[in-house]
Design a protein around this ligand. Structure first.
Ligand code: GCO
Length: 408
């Protein structure tokens, strides 16, 4: 068997990293989500389910606000050369027009420490959460939020820009809009397609303007959005209704935002998690689910290849800024990483300009509405002591990063 193994090399200078977001790991943040979680925990529906509120309230998260040095050391121990992390707007501007100097200094320190460790920094400026005052004023449905966001971006550019290598203006605008304004799973729990459309348009404008702002100060900056790209296909290739539906959903989900922002993007950030096999009858998605992880999502590495081939058409460098799975027992993670990277490599070999892979996530963290149950981390985090421990797959990923290759 051994002798049949092939070494698949990645391009020189490929970025290997891990990804987190501010709210999911830092702890101690007051924003629209923290308020929503507190309210939800008191609701009848929640109480009836007899769930433990502590599992659904972000609270101290992984305490990365205080433990970022340790976290960068963990990232380094995996031989990564880059790290994706977030800045929390609610910390920087807790009240309208009031900049928190202490927090700005904090992030300056965080970024300086990452750079000192030799890590390229990929920084997300907005990862779904907003300061309370923004949410109270209507959030992203209010076009004023664009101006306010741009003021925040302006501040970050001025104060922290020197240590930001890659700018991610927005994380997954598509999923945010869908869950917050259509299905109502996320705050502000709206079900309004018109509002959703407005929100999407405002996010597009916010990105396009933020891009210009970043480049005003740093003409050579690399800025983009990271989107959630699903591999969408008809369940039966000969079924025209399914074919049409799959195309339609692909257009709305994967294409629309990209088409409106690609001119103002130095790269495409790609988060890949999902395969959607479309059937013509509701609920429209019917996957074969031969292999699923703890969250019940299908593991479909081949979809990575199809998505990268789709993104290739936009002729921009691509960075995979998220890919991962919930796997408490760490039974599937190694194979998951290896298989997905096989398809990343295949896409590169056939012309896709993929320049980096960031595994979601460095740590077990707060998985939004699902709380702390899903375990996405290469490292576990003790919920009481915050002690971090490597899962076996961490070492495996570390070898890949070290050798810039996978054995297949
Ligand atoms: C997303 C978010 C992350 C999630 C991760 C796992 O892609 O949904 O960017 O915050 O935690 O994807 O679901």
């Amino acid at each position: 068997m051994e002798s049949k193994q092939k070494k698949l090399k990645f391009p020189n200078g490929f970025l290997w990293g891990t990804a987190t977001s501010a709210y999911q790991v830092e702890g101690g943040i007051t924003n629209d989500w923290s308020e929503w979680e507190a309210k939800r925990a008191k609701s009848k529906k929640f109480k009836n389910k007899k769930l433990n509120p502590d599992d659904y309230i972000c609270g101290k998260a992984c305490d990365s606000y205080n433990r970022y040095e340790e976290d960068f050391d963990l990232a380094k121990s995996l031989n990564t050369n880059a790290v994706r992390l977030g800045i929390e707007w609610a910390r920087i501007e807790p009240k309208k027009g009031v900049w928190d100097v202490k927090e700005i200094k904090h992030y300056a320190q965080v970024l300086a420490v990452a750079k000192k460790r030799g890590l390229k920094t990929v920084v997300t400026l907005w990862h779904w959460t907003s300061p309370l005052w923004i949410a109270k004023a209507g959030g992203w449905a209010n076009k004023e939020t664009i101006t306010r966001y741009l003021r925040y971006v302006d501040l970050i550019v001025n104060e922290l820009g020197g240590n930001i290598d890659y700018w991610v203006t927005l994380n997954e605008p598509n999923l945010f809009t869908f869950f917050s304004y259509i299905t109502g799973k996320f705050p502000p729990e709206k079900h309004n397609i018109f509002k959703a459309n407005k929100v999407m348009n405002n996010l597009v404008k916010a990105h396009n303007n933020a891009y210009d702002k970043i480049h005003e100060y740093f003409p050579n900056a690399k800025a983009g959005i990271t989107g959630l790209y699903n591999y969408i296909e008809p369940a039966h290739k000969w079924n025209f209704v399914e074919l049409f539906l799959a195309k339609f959903i692909h257009k709305i989900w994967n294409k629309n935002m990209l088409d409106k922002t690609i001119k103002n993007s130095d790269f495409i950030g790609c988060n890949y998690y999902f395969h959607d096999r479309i059937v013509w009858y509701p609920p429209f998605k019917k996957n074969l689910n031969k292999l699923v992880h703890d969250k019940g999502w299908e593991i479909y590495p081949e979809g990575m290849y199809h998505i990268l081939k789709f993104l290739q058409k936009y002729k921009k460098p691509i960075y995979i800024l998220e890919n991962g799975l919930a796997d408490r027992g760490d039974k599937l993670r190694k194979q998951f990483i290896k298989d997905h990277l096989f398809y990343v490599h295949k896409a590169i070999k056939t012309g896709a300009d993929v320049r980096g892979y960031f595994h979601w996530s460095l740590l077990d963290n707060f998985e939004w509405a699902e709380g702390y149950a899903p375990k996405f981390g290469l490292f576990t985090v003790d919920r009481k002591t915050f002690e971090r421990k490597a899962r076996p797959s961490a070492k495996f990923y570390g070898e890949i990063c070290k050798t810039n290759s996978i054995n297949f």
